[in-house]
Each structure stands twice: as structure tokens, then as C-alpha cells.
Design a protein around this ligand. Structure first.
Ligand code: PGA
Length: 251
């Protein structure tokens, strides 16, 4: 059995005060020993406050992105080493917004995933096709290449800790979620790929669906056989809505 994992990607939202109020409310909602992994991914300015608010709680936190280099001339960036110092447990690698806006390619994503694992962070590696790629029927080709290159440096014995987020680009922030059958098909293909690449460990890797997940549609994704959780953007910005989605992940 894979433990469900639901993550809140705040993107560039919430001031420090807003983050603290959010986490205060979330901690009122979440029981001491929730039956799933809950992860909050704040923006950089709220990392410190998040680390403090979530210390000794059942909720983990992570970074929305982190460079693999320990330090260097990367204006505006954070390194895996820096977020580890503050106590991060997770890091998103290759979110489609980073791929599109900051030219992150599969090779860089593969270095991020490797650096994350070497530092004991859980990488949440995002894969997913654009609308043009889906219409052209190349959605799986795209996903397969992202997996091939993104996980090219990963050994079988470290692979079980990875999380894969299937996020069709056209469903992110648009209010138009994928059809559950499409998510099911892609998650199934990803699961088969993981099994071929990592053997039995591939069964232990968790797959999330992401893209316009909300409290009223979460159940239809989270009940799918190969979907073990969700990566939530817009609907995670409210703690009550995020917790409602998280509860749908528990079968
Ligand atoms: P969304 O974002 O839930 O707002 O579509 C998901 C994501 O970008 O991870």
C-alpha cells in the first residue's frame, strides 16, 4: 500500500503573515497522526515562518524549486543545500511553470532530482504534456521522455522515495481538470514505465495528479488505482479547501 500524499503548491502567493494564519488554521484541522503525507510548498519568503510553524507537527514542507549546485552565480535562485539547512523535506523538480518560464529542461530536472535525493529530500518530479502535444497524440511520448531523462541518474535502491506528479499543462490553473479516464491512462503508463525501469521499487513510487484539483472533483482523481495523491495549486490557497482535498485521498 502506498501512503497517500497531498501537497499544497502556493506558487507566488501569501505574505509571511498570511502564511502564518493559514498554517495556524491548517493545524487546527489536521489530526495529530493523519493517515497521509501532507506537504506545504511555500514561496521563498515564507519558508522560515513555515519551518517554524510546522516544527514538531505532522505536516511537512518543501521548496517549489531548488538548484542542484551547492552555491554559485544563480541570481534569484535557492539551492538544495540552502533549503535543506532550513529543514525542508520535499522539493518540486521541473514544474511546468518553471519549464516554460525559466527554460528548465529535462537535463536540469534530472540533476535536481539527483541532488534532492542525495540531500535526503523527496523530489516531486512533474511531468505532463501541453494541449498541442495532447491534440497531436504525442502526450505519452512527451511524458516518457521527461521520465527517461529526468530519472536517468536514479538507481533502483533510491527510487522508491521519488514522487511523480502527472500534471497536464493545459489543466494547470485553468479550472479545466483532465478527464479522470485520461489521468487514469497516463498514471497507468507512468506506473508501467516505473516498473520496467526500477523493478519492484517502481510499485512503491507515488504518483500524484495535478491540474485544477478542487474539493468537488478531488475524489474522482484520488480514487484511481494508480493515483496516490494530488499536487494542488489554486485550491490549496485556502486551508479548509486544502484539507477537504486531502481527506478525499484517504480510502
Ligand atoms: P492548479 O495548479 O491546482 O492551480 O491547477 C497545480 C500545480 O501547478 O501544481
Amino acid at each position: 500500500m502506498r501512503r497517500p500524499i497531498v501537497a499544497a503548491n502556493w506558487k507566488m502567493h501569501h505574505t509571511v503573515g498570511e502564511a502564518q494564519r493559514y498554517l495556524h488554521r491548517l493545524l487546527e484541522l489536521v489530526p495529530a497522526d493523519p493517515p497521509l503525507d501532507l506537504v506545504v510548498l511555500p514561496s521563498a519568503t515564507s519558508i522560515q515562518a513555515t519551518a517554524q510553524s510546522l516544527a514538531q507537527t505532522p505536516i511537512a514542507w518543501g521548496a517549489q524549486s531548488a538548484r542542484p549546485e551547492p552555491e554559485g552565480p544563480f541570481t534569484g535562485e535557492l539551492s538544495v543545500r540552502q533549503v535543506c539547512e532550513l529543514g525542508a523535506s520535499y522539493v518540486i523538480c521541473g514544474h511546468s511553470e518553471r519549464r516554460a518560464l525559466f527554460n528548465e529542461d529535462d537535463k536540469l530536472v534530472s540533476r535536481m532530482v539527483k541532488a534532492a535525493l542525495e540531500s535526503d529530500l523527496v523530489p516531486i518530479m512533474c511531468v505532463g504534456e501541453s494541449l498541442e502535444q495532447r491534440r497531436a497524440g504525442t502526450d505519452w511520448q512527451v511524458g516518457e521522455k521527461q521520465l527517461d531523462v529526468g530519472l536517468s541518474q536514479i538507481e533502483e535502491q533510491e527510487s522508491a522515495r521519488i514522487v511523480i506528479a502527472y500534471e497536464p499543462v493545459w489543466a494547470i490553473g485553468t479550472g479545466v481538470a483532465a478527464q479522470p479516464e485520461d489521468a487514469q491512462q497516463m498514471a497507468g503508463r507512468i506506473r508501467t514505465w516505473l516498473g520496467n525501469r526500477f523493478g519492484a521499487s517502481g510499485e512503491r513510487i507515488r504518483i500524484q495528479y495535478g491540474g485544477s484539483v478542487k474539493p468537488d472533483n478531488a475524489q474522482q482523481f484520488l480514487e484511481l488505482a494508480n493515483v496516490d495523491g494530488a499536487l494542488v495549486g489554486g485550491a490549496s490557497l485556502d486551508p479548509d479547501s486544502f484539507w477537504q482535498i486531502a481527506q478525499a485521498a484517504v480510502r
